[in-house]
Design a binder for this molecule. Structure first.
Ligand code: FEO
Ligand code: CA
Ligand code: CA
Length: 624
């Protein structure tokens, strides 16, 4: 049988020669760990172990433009925690007011707006750990027109405070009872972290002059986190929440750092007009205190969140943590903007499973890298280390802290590959291969913008793609390695598109704008989409319908639609219980660019982002 590198063989096909990829990617022992593995198939005269059947054991859900959430027959999807629902922080209230009349104080005790990343933390070990736990949930941003009874007609300090309190993170206690999940109220774990919660700045940039402000002359404590998009978790039981489009909260941007990060003249929600902290012309360093990864201990509501500067400053999409073979923590991260980069952080010290306290500051010491994807299918992680190569004072990097505060400029200087909007990253639970969504980039190839390259091969990339790589040179991934092999897992698209250059190579159901990405324990890759309303109204998306969630068999490349969301939403954030029998996802911004009354469907209501619990009606493994 022909020996091929599966990474290369599969380029452009959405999957590899079945027997080759099975042989190359999975040892026999690894395959047997999978519940559905075990059949021996003879392919090309060689016995290769393979799945007896597709791991995708559900019927494809049809595309839809309806204002409802669709899942396959035999599944239930229950709304668990929508914007304005009480957290359990103060008993069973305050209840959501459908006229948006809740006060700022009440909002701080309720779910924030625009749910995004989500992680489940079991409260007990064993079977109970799949029926009772904590959920940490990001609230990415606010829609001011929905948040207040009079929308955006007036400004006031109270409205700014309510908006700030609708940001950040929820920690809620949830339990499976009688076949359905509910929020435990009251709960000693319930917590709301907002755009005003004090947090510690840690790592190499802590205390640096560029992080000091009038309110915090030491540069060690910042109020709040915002635009928390994707996230992650650590093996020591903490939640990672990522600050994405922080720039949009500031007005009065003018200096070079403001420009490189998009801090402009006007803030989208105009907090600056009632809260001077968000006026960058008066407080030019305040924007430098955002764009970080924040670590939160969900089990201790009194703990102070920590901004980990060693992980760099960018429009952070996510923080996918895995362990290298030697036990060092590796965090893969995307910077979501057209032509920005993929990064990873490799810790200096090793994770110690026997001594949780020793891991608490693991993310403060290590090396940050940016990825360069080369045309021959190889790639290099370029270190962003002060004093190395161009990262010296003469180029605007006076010290190690400035390399981190100016991560984007550092990646520019070392020549990392400009990608098509890196969103979520997921690591295969067995092989360690890494997958990253590149959601779309319609500017690729336009006059004045970069053209195509092998890792971003389409001009006017309206549908996006998913790239994958394997760190190291051996058959098994080594997440700490500085070289990798890469290929494109799938070019998203619609095979019926009139423009053959746009069609992509999806084996299965058409989709576009992949964003959320998550592996379940079986190694099934779940893909969530976030096409913007303007895109969805374009001819390219005419056959694709509302944003959705699909599952991919990474061995064959088959992709099958599992869920379709209501009008105007994106589907984002995903986590599961350890037993695989519940998935939690978030439905964000229903009604954006259209009319939605999801999930309440009340004449006096308004659309609400929400966490949804998905189960098989027979209690089986979701997706199998
Ligand atoms: Fe908040 Fe890049 O999505
Ligand atoms: Ca996203
Ligand atoms: Ca997105």
């Amino acid at each position: 049988m022909k020996r091929v590198d599966p990474m290369i063989e599969s380029t452009g096909s959405g999957g590899s020669l079945f027997s080759d990829i099975v042989e190359a990617r999975f040892s026999r022992r690894e395959m047997l760990k999978f519940g559905s593995a075990g059949a021996l198939l003879a392919i090309g005269g060689v016995a290769a172990e393979a799945f007896a059947a597709s791991p995708l054991g559900f019927a494809s859900v049809a595309t839809s433009t309806a204002d409802r959430l669709s899942v396959p027959p035999g599944y239930r999807a229950d709304v668990l925690y929508a914007w304005g629902d009480p957290t359990g922080l103060t008993g069973t209230g305050p209840a959501f007011r459908f006229d948006a009349g809740n006060t700022a104080t009440e909002q701080a005790q309720q779910a924030g707006m625009h749910h995004d990343a989500i992680e489940f933390f079991p409260l007990t070990s064993g079977q109970g750990g799949s029926t009772h736990g904590l959920l940490a949930i990001n609230h990415e941003y606010t829609d001011e027109s929905l948040l207040h009874p009079d929308g955006t007609k007036t400004l006031s300090a109270e409205k700014t405070l309510k908006s700030q309190n609708a940001h950040g993170v929820s920690v809620i206690e949830v339990q499976l009872r009688g076949g359905g999940w509910s929020v435990v109220r009251p709960s000693k774990y319930a917590r709301r972290i907002t755009a005003r919660t004090p947090m510690r700045i840690s790592g190499p940039a802590a205390g640096h002059a560029l992080l000091r402000t009038a309110a915090d002359p030491a540069g060690l404590e910042v109020l709040g986190t915002m635009n928390n998009c994707a996230g992650g978790r650590t093996p020591w039981g903490t939640y990672l929440t990522c600050e994405e489009n922080f720039n949009g909260y500031f007005a009065g941007g003018s200096n070079a750092d403001h420009k490189r990060y998009g801090v402009g003249s006007r803030a989208y929600n105009r907090w600056n007009e009632t809260d001077e902290r968000f006026d960058a012309s008066k407080h030019p360093n305040e924007p430098n205190r955002f764009g970080w990864v924040v670590e939160i201990d969900p089990f201790d509501p009194a703990s102070k969140p920590v901004k980990r500067t060693a992980l760099g400053r960018m429009k952070h999409e996510g923080a996918m943590l895995t362990l290298a073979p030697d036990g060092r923590a590796v965090v893969y991260m995307g910077d979501d903007e057209p032509f920005e980069r993929i990064y990873k952080f490799v810790s200096r010290d090793r994770f110690d499973p026997k001594n949780p306290a020793a891991n608490r500051d693991l993310l403060d010491h290590g090396t940050l890298y940016a990825a360069r994807f080369d045309a021959d299918g190889s790639g290099t992680w370029l270190p962003l280390v002060h004093g190395q190569g161009p990262l010296v004072a003469a180029n605007g990097f006076a010290d190690a802290a400035e390399v981190l505060i100016r991560t984007r400029q550092a990646a520019d200087a070392v020549g990392a590959t400009r990608m098509d909007r890196p969103e979520w990253i997921a690591v295969h639970p067995t092989t360690g291969e890494v997958y990253c969504t590149l959601t779309n980039n319609t500017s690729r190839g336009r006059a004045g913008s970069p053209g195509t390259d092998p890792a971003n091969p389409r001009t006017d990339n309206v549908y996006g793609h998913i790239i994958r790589w394997r760190d190291g040179t051996g058959p098994r991934a080594d997440a700490s390695a500085t070289s990798f092999r890469w290929d494109i897992f799938v070019l998203a698209g619609d095979p019926a598109n009139a423009d053959s250059a746009k069609r992509g190579n999806v084996k299965g159901d058409a989709f576009g704008s992949p964003d959320g990405l998550w592996f379940d324990r079986r190694g099934v890759l779940w893909i969530q989409t976030d096409a913007a309303p303007s895109q969805m109204k374009s001819a390219d998306y005419a056959n694709i319908g509302n944003n959705q969630m699909l599952a991919a068999d990474v061995l064959t490349g088959e992709i099958r639609r599992f869920l379709v969301g209501p009008v105007g939403c994106e589907i984002t954030g995903m986590t599961g219980t350890p037993d695989g029998r519940t998935l939690f996802i978030d439905v964000q911004h229903p009604g954006e660019g259209g009319q939605s009354q999801w999930p309440d469907h009340r004449a006096d209501g308004r659309p609400r982002s929400a966490t949804v619990a998905i189960r098989r009606e027979d209690g089986g493994i979701v997706g199998s």
